[in-house]
Write a protein that binds this ligand. Structure first.
Ligand SMILES: [Zn+2]
Length: 221
């Protein structure tokens, strides 16, 4: 019971407090789903557990047991499925069958982000992100870019899935995608061109060295 209450209580923060444009301007006749479902359920679930430590309802070993339980529960779902793709397609298969993973791997994404940023950047970053966007809305890219700006950590992926690169989740999916892109020359060329621009913009040796220099400077301070 405490788990459920804690979880539902934290929905006050997200999605009630901060959410995506799709939720803010929700069209009940032609609903579209945002890439944020993992964030609403995952971070809510994660903070619902952190809160119980904070309030002395569970102790650290309990907390880590819960995290380990989420690791094993997450194995029951398709581990190769992109969480943003799944969130956006949640009312259809194969995404719908993986819905339960938003409470497992979704919470683990929060835990990983905390591990990646460290406690102080993570908690302060989340706090600032929330106050910056209180009762407002932001899209998936703004979420990533704002947290990147606040923490100073580059949280960008190397390439944007679906725009600059195309991935696959299984052999069947790979074959489907090959067939699709062989038949749709325009889409294939669009993605290839975007990938080329991204490489020229971010991954030429000059800009990589420049970034490496900035990191070296930062850690040697
Ligand atoms: Zn929930």
């Amino acid at each position: 019971m405490t788990d459920v209450v804690a979880h539902e209580f934290f929905h006050i923060v997200t999605p009630l407090g901060v959410h995506s444009e799709d939720i803010h301007y929700f069209d009940y006749n032609n609903p579209t789903f945002s890439k944020h479902l993992w964030m609403y359920e995952g971070t809510t679930e994660y903070f619902a557990n952190l809160f119980q430590i904070n309030q002395g309802l569970i102790d650290a070993p309990d907390f880590y047991n819960r995290i380990m339980d989420k690791v094993s529960q997450a194995q029951r779902f398709d581990d190769t499925m992109s969480f943003t793709q799944m969130s956006a397609g949640i009312v259809e298969e194969p995404y719908q069958a993986n819905y339960g993973n938003v409470y497992q791997k979704g919470a683990l994404i929060g835990h990983n982000l905390r591990g990646y940023l460290g406690d102080s950047l993570f908690f302060n970053g989340v706090k600032q992100l929330l106050s910056q966007n209180k009762y407002g809305n932001l899209n998936a890219n703004q979420f990533r870019d704002q947290l990147t700006a606040i923490t100073g950590y580059n949280l960008n992926s190397f390439f944007d899935e679906g725009d600059e690169i195309v991935g696959y989740s299984s052999a069947d999916d790979l074959i489907d995608k090959i067939r699709f892109y062989l038949s749709d020359e325009q889409e294939r060329e669009r993605i290839a061109r975007n990938a080329y621009s991204r490489v020229m913009k971010d991954y030429r040796i000059g800009s990589l060295l420049h970034r490496a220099g900035a990191i070296i400077q930062e850690v040697s301070q």
